[in-house]
Design a protein. Structure first.
Length: 147
């Protein structure tokens, strides 16, 4: 499997979140070439303060061992925020593939300085999903990023 396949799975999650009335951000956690957790931003749907896509994917993966996290890759349609980047650091996830960081850029330099490999793909579909959403729902977007 390639990064493109796993990023597409994250995009599918983002679309599912949007279709359910939420924010179109999706994520998957991949371990040894298999998706072990899928998620999308569910702050709106669940009335949650913390269920960003990455957090949802990790929650849906269930409890994993420290060695599992250290062999995994997290895919996200959008640059992870401080909370989600902190979770990557806490669990020692060594690699994050990001669909786009044009509409929002998390603490990428800090995350990299802590040894995490980041790959930003600048995916057109990811950019379009977020650009359209931000234009249509700026208040909800600002709430999601804490502004």
């Amino acid at each position: 499997m390639t990064d493109d396949v796993f990023l597409q799975a994250a995009i599918d999650e983002a679309k599912a979140g949007l279709a359910a009335g939420g924010i179109p951000i999706g994520s998957v956690l991949v371990l040894d070439g298999e998706i072990v957790g899928r998620g999308h931003n569910q702050r709106v749907q669940r009335g949650s303060a913390i269920l960003h896509a990455e957090m949802d994917a990790l929650e849906n993966a269930g409890r994993l061992s420290a060695s599992d996290y250290r062999r995994s890759t997290l895919y996200s349609t959008l640059s992870p925020c401080d909370m989600c980047s902190g979770t990557v650091l806490l669990f020692g996830i060594p690699r994050v593939v990001i669909g786009e960081n044009t509409t929002f850029k998390g603490p990428e330099e800090y995350t990299q300085s802590r040894g995490v490999e980041l790959t930003v793909t600048h995916d057109d579909e990811c950019i379009a999903l977020m650009t359209d959403f931000i234009t249509k729902s700026p208040e909800l977007w600002n709430e999601d990023i804490g502004e």
